[in-house]
Design a protein around this ligand. Sequence first.
Ligand code: KG4
Length: 367
Amino acid sequence: METSVVILAIESSCDDTSAAVIRDGRLLSNVIASQKVHEEYGGVVPELASRAHQLNIVPVVDAALRRAGVAREELSAIAFTRGPGLLGSLLVGTSFAKGLALSLGIPLIEVNHLQGHVLAHFVEPSEEMKAALTMPDKIRHPEFPFLCLLVSGGNSQIILVESQKSKDKSTHLPTFKILGQTIDDAAGEAFDKCAKVLGLPYPGGPHVDRLAKLGDPTHFHFARPNIPGYDYSFSGLKTSFLYTIRDLLREHGVETVDELAERIPNLREDLCAALQETVIDVLMRKLKKAAKDLGITHVAVAGGVSANSGLRQAFLDYGRRYRWQVYIPPFSFTTDNAAMVCQAGYFKYLDRDFCPIDAVPYAKTTI
Ligand code: KG4
């Protein structure tokens, strides 16, 4: 009889190589190697990302096992991100996971990256990890059913997450139903592309966040999408941002944003504040509508953009105003990480939901 369930998880969907280890539902390690190589290109270069994953994967997995104090022979299964993501990047993690699982004679568990982001809310770090990451002693996990606003560089979705335990099946993995999603750009992409126009480094989201704190959101106004249902659209906002700068350049007879910034005090700060305020307003209005229509009061946020300080504050404000229980993930579990993949893998292990050795990665999928 098995006494301990130990899962190693591998995440390599984009430009972070990450590995994590969980024992009986307790996260023991979460190692992330971020790739700096893309900075000079202002965005992720898929070919370079795959190569960097090849370089990083062995040391990252080694470090995750070492920090967890777990030997390879103790592993019960290997979980890996199967998609969605960059195919070349996914192939590195997938192939590594397969090789390790085969050599150890243990099962493989495929994880949907987007489900992973939502399940980051259920990660329970060990006491040592909580202390090292300065996390609260008691982490609140969402109550079912809940809505999750998943906002990252590639996705903006409102997801209804329901437990299956109340139904005839009693599986640990909840069900995920997408109520709405972006019909064009994701929120993170809007931040990154607008930041690029301002000459800010990649990824631009954290820089917009930093500058927005110093700006006045009322100085500039950008177009807000008006599309039906719970779907989002951010491409019009991006164009509106671009046209605002184009018009200012013409008006001041200059060619670059740097020259413009010399003439207009607080230019970048005010533009970032207005951009951030608009993105947050668009995201929260639809979320509020979904929560009201479905009568749901437990609301979570996940994905890289959930690191945004304005969005986190908006969650707290909406929570107070509409009596929601809000769930905001610790910073370490917002951007891509293997801890969330480990959590999904752990639930699937308990459900005996394994995948065949010939599973191939997928670049695109819904949840
Ligand atoms: O979840 P993630 O690491 O990768 C994807 O799966 O896409 O999200 C990355 C995205 C990028 O667009 C990045 O600019 C954005 O998250 N991001 C932020 C912040 N931190 C990361 N956006 C706004 N404010 C932040 N503080």
